[in-house]
Ligand binder design. Structure first.
Ligand SMILES: NC(=O)C1=CN([C@@H]2O[C@H](COP(=O)(O)OP(=O)(O)OC[C@H]3O[C@@H](n4cnc5c(N)ncnc54)[C@H](OP(=O)(O)O)[C@@H]3O)[C@@H](O)[C@H]2O)C=CC1
Ligand SMILES: O=C([O-])C1=[NH+]CCC1
Length: 340
């Protein structure tokens, strides 16, 4: 957001933004219970400056809901697979309410076994991944999550987009500071950031994507219009994208990113795939100084010269938003109001 927009923008408290977003979701067919979860998730992204997955996504949520592609009122079915394995059939609903339905059981099983897995299937994930893992670290646990999305990434050296932008998020508690959290796509750029660049008329850095003929391009519109993104770091990012397809879809029973067919649902935008969580109780490592050790290694990274660690920028944005309100441009505020 430009400085002028910050000065003239509308400032909303986190609670007010959650309430406005919940009204939008309910108005567009989401059950009140699911709407609360989605609204809090989306407002958290906006609060933390995760702009590619905050209110920017509301038109996409609404058009997907209107198309009938996703069921906003789905009641997830939690299945106890025995031992440390929990499954959830999201029943064509959003991933976040499905996670919420299984969360307590997942934490209970993690404490019981030292580690537990949660496998979501038939779930739509349209947000950032960090809000899914950070709360586990707030409870002293280590969490990893993997979600595949919609085919828009070519394998390394390949010519057909079969991977999603497939992010991984990781969270670990630290001593007397926010948890260490990273959340990154396995593509060179998230699809949301390509859309934002296209909207703003900006060229991308070289090496992000190819056009419909497979030629390298810096034009975000060419990537979105029949082109594709590249994995980050060549074959290494490609292997991570492949791993995310295996863990997020093959293991959970969800669709691969290139497998689901939404062509009959005009306006559908939310990928229907799967998602895996691995949650670990660090106390089982027999290491009661785990938090201190995570803080220690974080400090060593800073001392070694890395000025910014993952999560630093988000935490600064969160602090600013909680103190002064979440700033929305007038145009974005009007956009939200138009959906109520
Ligand atoms: N639902 C879905 O299917 C998908 C969702 N996404 C989401 O899109 C979002 C953006 O993904 P992506 O483009 O990969 O994110 P970024 O590359 O912007 O950031 C990835 C991670 O690296 C950190 N980071 C960024 N820049 C630096 C730096 N200079 N030094 C140190 N750390 C840094 C970020 O921390 P910080 O947050 O503090 O900036 C973040 O944890 C993610 O939230 C992801 O979950 C992406 C693909 C698919
Ligand atoms: O930004 C992205 O790549 C995506 N966000 C939701 C689905 C894919």
């Amino acid at each position: 957001m430009q400085q002028a927009e910050i000065e003239t923008g509308i400032r909303l408290s986190f609670e007010k933004l959650v309430a406005l977003l919940a009204r939008i979701f309910i108005r567009n067919g989401v059950s009140p219970e699911n709407a609360g979860v989605l609204a809090e998730n989306c407002a958290s992204c906006e609060r933390d400056g995760s702009f590619s997955h905050g209110i920017f996504r509301i038109p996409g949520y609404v058009s997907s809901l209107k198309s009938g592609w996703v069921d906003g009122a789905a009641v997830p079915a939690v299945e106890d697979a025995g031992g440390a394995f929990i499954r959830v059939d999201a029943r064509n609903g959003f991933a976040q309410p499905a996670l919420m339905a299984a969360r307590d059981l997942l934490i209970g099983r993690t404490k019981e076994h030292g580690i537990a897995l949660l496998a979501l299937r038939r779930s739509h994930h349209f947000s950032a991944l960090w809000p899914d893992v950070e709360p586990f670290a707030d409870e002293g646990l280590v969490a990893l999550s993997f979600v595949n999305s919609m085919a828009c990434v070519v394998p390394h050296g390949g010519h057909k987009a079969i991977f999603g932008t497939n992010p991984i998020a990781f969270a670990a508690p630290r001593r007397d500071e926010p948890p260490f959290v990273f959340d990154q796509a396995s593509s060179a750029l998230a699809n949301g950031d390509v859309q934002i660049a296209a909207r703003e008329g900006r060229l991308l850095e070289p090496g992000m994507g190819v056009d419909r003929n497979g030629e390298p391009t810096r034009d975000p519109k060419a990537i979105l219009d029949g082109g594709a993104l590249l994995p980050f770091g060549g074959h290494k990012g490609g292997s991570i994208a492949l791993m995310v397809e295996i863990l997020g879809a093959a293991l959970t029973g969800g669709y691969f990113s290139g497998e689901f067919d939404w062509s009959e649902f005009k306006g559908a935008q939310t990928p229907k795939t799967g998602q895996l969580f691995i949650v670990i109780d660090p106390e089982r490592g027999g290491n009661d100084v785990f938090r201190d050790r995570v803080s220690e290694i974080s400090a060593l990274v800073r001392e070694a010269g890395q000025e910014r660690l993952p999560g630093d920028r988000r935490m600064q944005s969160r602090t600013r938003s909680m103190a002064g309100g979440i700033v929305l441009s007038q145009a974005n505020y009007d956009m939200l109001r138009s959906y109520v």
